[in-house]
Write a protein that binds this ligand. Structure first.
Ligand SMILES: [Zn+2]
Ligand SMILES: [Zn+2]
Length: 363
């Protein structure tokens, strides 16, 4: 099978032929139909996120089950599945408290034995998924069945970006009708957050990005107002749009100290700041100490949209099938497996939402 393989952090990837090892008792083999290219893949390629190398990139995929291990009862060959990088253990403190997104064992399979062999030796799957390939192997707990009427190149987005963006707004921020929402950063996750704010009945929904070319997509996904942060101070622009008050909810989807600080400043006294963007591991953010107390704002992190894949991916699929989530509006372009490096270049330049790799499915 063909796969997008990274041998050394900081170097370009290459499409290579790999051979998957046999399916383990608790595993499933999935033929990929589609995989989004997520910003985390670029962070892995650039070495900002350490992984076992060489690895097949990709963790936002959907496809069709082709083989299951002897002990697998939850899916069968032919099932359409979304592949999730978080396979919660169901028995740790976090899982038992309904915090599957914080399970410390959810990624354990990513650091186990290699899943495939290439010409130069063993290969691991990025985040246990390795979805930028024609096929992959995962624990059965890391695949979620979805309705076959949902197109698989839409279903793939439910594996990471949409779950993260929608969950941040619906679950972590718990936006209510009529509340005002600011989304800072209008890539794939930010646009999903904007759609979720629309779904929640928020108004206004203010979208901000440093690349003005991203703002029309924000409007298409539900933003009522936009701020080009290359040419305006975010906090003062947001105050102008909210009668001088600031927003009820600031949703930061960039992961930079400057945008975290700006989102905090644009959020009203007593409002909630929800942090979705992944910052570099060595970065720190400075906030005014008196304001942290006196302005009564809440700052909360949201990882994977505070979602449990088995519980929430089917909900998102239902919303998409009934037209309440517009997954097509999040797809910037469909590409082939040999165009992933070009998708990274677009991403690094802040262009577009999601490039989706499509594979020809032969089962
Ligand atoms: Zn991702
Ligand atoms: Zn757990």
């Amino acid at each position: 099978m063909k796969a997008v393989v990274l041998h050394q952090a900081g170097q370009p990837t290459a499409v290579e032929d790999l051979t998957l090892r046999p399916v383990g008792n608790h595993e499933v083999r999935v033929q990929l139909a589609a995989s989004g290219v997520c910003h985390t893949d670029l962070s892995v390629r650039d070495g900002a996120i350490p992984v076992l190398l060489p690895c097949t990139l990709g963790h936002e995929g959907a496809g069709i089950v082709t083989d299951v291990g002897a002990d697998v009862t939850t899916v069968a060959p032919g099932d359409h599945v979304v592949l999730t990088w978080n396979a919660p253990c169901r028995s740790c403190l976090h899982c038992l408290r309904g915090e599957a997104q914080l399970c410390p064992h959810g990624l354990a399979h990513a650091f186990g034995e290699p899943y495939a062999q290439g010409a130069a030796g063993p290969v691991w799957p990025e985040m246990g998924a390795g979805t930028l390939a024609e096929a992959t192997l995962l624990p059965a707990a890391a695949v979620v069945p979805v309705d076959k009427s949902l197109p698989l190149d839409h279903a793939a987005l439910l594996a990471c970006g949409v779950t993260t963006g929608v969950g941040a707004v619906i679950r972590t921020a718990a936006v209510r009708p009529g509340e005002s929402v600011l989304v800072v950063g209008c890539g794939g996750v930010g646009l999903a957050a904007i759609q979720a704010a629309r779904l929640a009945g928020a108004a206004p929904i203010i979208a901000a990005d440093r690349v003005a070319g991203q703002l029309p997509a924000a409007v298409a996904n539900g933003a009522t107002d936009t701020v080009d942060t290359a040419g305006a101070d975010l906090a003062s622009a947001v105050r102008d749009l909210t009668g001088g008050i600031g927003v009820d909810h600031g949703i930061e989807v960039v992961g930079k100290p400057a945008t975290i600080r700006a989102t905090y400043e644009a959020t009203r006294r007593g409002g909630k700041v929800t942090l979705v963007g992944a910052a570099g591991i060595d970065e720190t953010v400075t906030l005014p100490a008196l304001s942290l107390m006196a302005d009564g704002k809440t700052i909360q992190g949201s990882v994977y949209g505070a979602s449990d894949p088995a519980r929430d991916i089917p909900v998102l699929a239902k919303l998409a099938l009934r037209g309440r989530l517009d997954l097509e509006a999040l797809v910037t372009r469909r590409i082939g497996i040999d165009e992933v490096e070009a998708a990274f270049a677009d991403m690094a330049a802040g262009r577009g939402a999601r490039s989706v790799v499509r594979f020809s499915v032969t089962t």
